[in-house]
Write a protein that binds this ligand. Structure first.
Ligand SMILES: Cc1cc2nc3c(=O)[nH]c(=O)nc-3n(C[C@H](O)[C@H](O)[C@H](O)COP(=O)(O)OP(=O)(O)OC[C@H]3O[C@@H](n4cnc5c(N)ncnc54)[C@H](O)[C@@H]3O)c2cc1C
Length: 649
């Protein structure tokens, strides 16, 4: 157990009380800054650690706005995944060691019903890809009570874990560690809350923005709600990258295409249908990265009688490079030098280092797959009778639904070979591990785009383009596809070489689900197109909104009116997303080294702002989307928001 400095034990009463049911209704009950238009549901109980940290933490300092307070929240995070959790931990650690620090009211909002980390990829036998020593606290402060070792100690497994002799815990155990950490912040988290947009609010005296309204939909009831905060962190992680070719096949009762992010949560329900004799007993995985390889192995074990094929676009599956010298690129002290590089150099460096993370597989897994294929060949010389196959240099160029929704037919071409021989594969299931895009902030922050220098300049001058330098520096990580997948033209709608029978009608493609369609529609390079302030304001008001939005100069000011009746808020989250889908090119939200969005000078008051997490790979380096530097980064964000003395606004 970590030796905790005396200052950590000052708290006598903790609102964290690990394991207690989280009364999320308190979030909206009393504070005039948090408006929940319908009674909030109670968040499920989190896993209680064996030894509560109540004597070590300062829960009251991390609670939502005090009752009856009219001051905005000091901090609100959108998403409560590892990145936001690291911020909560850093803040808690800071407060624990600074007895004189005031208590900032904070709120963490998360759309999932409880804490969960990549639940669709929680497969048995999978392990972490970084050392447990890079947990959410140790690299910043090894004496923090939130270290992985302290978690093990509290769970009574420290000795046994040592006996395992590994640095790489099971993915499931690491998720449990993070859930255990999250459990300590229960009073400050509202689960089941999907944020749809953020609006800027102007101070009537200064004319500058001094707070933000954050709007959400309760994912259980559909009721809208909102809160006001001076500082907002957007840490929404990635959304599944769905190739446009696949989008029409991912929904509906007979959907046989699933993204890797939904694999573990979907496959148990599909099992019976997949084993039905009328379904092709052939399951296909598309992709060349870690997730694709893990799913291929899982399917081959789960369905021992089915044919399993892995389609890889590249000429071979490739190993990830986690050798010690290369691994230094993920060190926290590499972020600043990376940030200071010119955009072109950064892009070159990123390209060179990509083999550490994108489209690669851990060597042990590759060796396992290879040896199992070899054993299959020993048993059966006839290749056509092999149950499991890894087919390299393959690109899916067409998809067709089989009759009666029993599966799909894939048309597969040799990668890069035009008009060459094509093969057809009939599959009962296709799992595509095509990675993620990290552009959710662009949609969520659309209501603040009028505050950006580039947007203001174009509104005033009606100039045709933003300065070239800004476009090059664009930090919007829209193309962060984690895996090299065997799909013809990943996301561009116009360039899909669909061959034999016309499989994707234009109308069908257009009707693709909102998230996917959005994902597919965001171009890799970002161009800033001139627009008027009125456009900016109009685009952010959802049809279901009960607020009035006014524009002042180029800015958007939102004023709350009557709370929405529950019925008005009954629109599903997806419907709301559709109404919010931007019709203009996405804005670019440049960030500084401290991850703070750089709005036009003077637009936002000191002590207020928006921070972006996990979508800054282009400016901050490859570690940005990973866990590697979260402990440090959480501390940096806390410092940037609250200052070195952590004084709260
Ligand atoms: C299968 C898999 C394994 C991985 N393993 C590793 C590993 O071993 N090591 C490593 O360094 N990295 C790994 N990664 C990379 C991964 O990105 C990080 O582990 C980590 O999840 C990043 O944390 P995050 O908080 O930025 O994003 P996320 O984990 O994606 O969390 C974002 C959270 O925001 C929520 N959210 C999104 N939109 C909204 C909204 N509008 N309103 C409210 N909430 C919202 C989401 O529900 C989610 O909980 C892995 C990734 C995958 C897919």
């Amino acid at each position: 157990m970590a030796d905790i400095p005396p200052s950590r034990s000052r708290s006598t009463e903790s609102l964290f009380s690990p394991g207690q049911s989280t009364p999320t209704s308190s979030v909206g009950d009393n504070s005039s800054d948090v408006h929940s238009h319908q009674t909030a549901t109670t968040t499920p109980t989190t896993t209680p650690p064996n030894t509560p940290l109540t004597s070590l933490t300062h829960a009251s300092l991390l609670s939502p706005s005090p009752q009856g307070s009219s001051t905005p929240l000091s901090l609100l995070t959108i998403g409560f995944g590892p990145a936001s959790l690291a911020i909560a931990i850093a803040l808690s650690d800071h407060l624990s060691s600074s007895p004189s620090s005031p208590s900032p009211p904070v709120l963490f909002l998360e759309k999932q019903p409880q804490f969960a980390w990549h639940s669709g990829m929680q497969l048995s036998g999978t392990h972490m890809q970084i050392s447990f020593l890079k947990d959410l606290a140790t690299p910043r402060d090894p004496t923090s009570p939130f270290t992985f070792l302290n978690y093990l100690s509290c769970k009574g497994r420290l000795q046994k874990f040592i006996n395992l002799g590994t640095f790489l815990p099971a993915r499931r155990e690491y998720e449990d560690y993070m859930r255990w950490c999250a459990g300590h912040f229960g009073r400050a988290v509202r689960y089941g809350t999907e944020i749809t947009r953020v609006d800027a609010v102007h101070n009537e005296g200064t004319g500058k923005v001094d707070r933000f309204n954050i709007h959400w939909i309760d994912t259980t009831t559909g009721a809208p709600g909102s809160a006001t905060a001076r500082n907002v962190v957007v840490a929404t992680g990635g959304s599944p990258a769905v190739p446009t070719l696949f989008a029409p096949f991912t929904t509906g009762p007979d959907a046989r295409f699933i993204h890797s992010s939904q694999y573990a949560t979907t496959i148990p329900h599909l099992s019976t249908a997949l084993l039905s004799p009328s379904t092709p007993q052939h399951l296909v995985v598309i992709g060349g990265g870690q997730s694709a390889a893990e799913i291929y192995v899982d399917l081959s074990t789960r369905f021992p009688e089915s044919k399993i094929t892995l389609l890889v676009k590249d000429t071979s599956l490739r190993p990830s490079d986690d050798s010690p010298f290369v691994n230094e690129i993920f060190d926290p002290d590499r972020v600043t030098p990376t940030f200071e590089l010119a955009a072109k150099e950064r892009a070159e460096k990123r390209e060179k280092d990509k083999g550490t993370n994108y489209g690669v597989v851990r060597l042990e897994l590759l060796e396992r797959i290879y040896s199992e294929l070899y054993a299959q060949e020993v048993d059966e010389a006839d290749e056509t009778r092999w149950r499991c196959k890894v087919l390299n240099s393959r690109t899916v160029v067409g998809v067709e639904r089989l009759e009666e929704g029993k599966g799909v037919r894939l048309e597969v071409a040799r990668t890069g070979v035009e008009n060459g021989e094509r093969e057809c594969i009939e599959a009962g299931l296709v799992v595509f591990a095509t990675g993620y895009v990290r552009d959710a902030h662009v949609r969520i922050l659309d209501g603040t785009r009028g505050l950006l220098e580039a947007e203001r300049a174009s509104a005033v001058d009606a100039a045709p383009a933003a300065p070239v330098a800004e476009v090059e520096e664009a930090p919007v990580a829209v193309e962060a596809v984690e895996e090299t997948a065997a799909v013809g033209t990943p996301v561009a709608e116009t360039a899909i070489p669909v061959a034999v029978p016309p499989v994707v009608e234009a109308a069908e493609a257009a009707a693709a689900p909102a998230v996917e369609a959005e994902t597919a529609a965001v171009p890799e390079t970002t161009e800033t197109v001139p627009e008027t302030a009125a456009d900016t304001a109009a685009a952010v008001v959802p049809e279901t909104s009960t607020e009035t939005t006014t524009t002042t100069n180029t800015d958007t000011t939102t004023a709350e009116t009557t709370p929405a009746p529950a019925a008005a808020g009954a629109a599903s989250v997806d419907e709301v997303k559709l109404t919010l889908e931007p019709t203009r090119p996405p804005a670019v939200f440049p960030v500084g080294r401290d991850y703070k969005v750089q709005y036009a000078e003077g637009a936002v008051e000191e002590g207020a702002g928006i921070w972006l997490q996990g979508c800054n790979e282009k400016t901050h380096g490859l570690s940005d989307t990973l866990l590697s530097i979260l402990a440090h980064r959480g501390g940096e964000v806390v410092q940037s928001i609250f200052g070195p003395g952590a004084s709260s606004k």
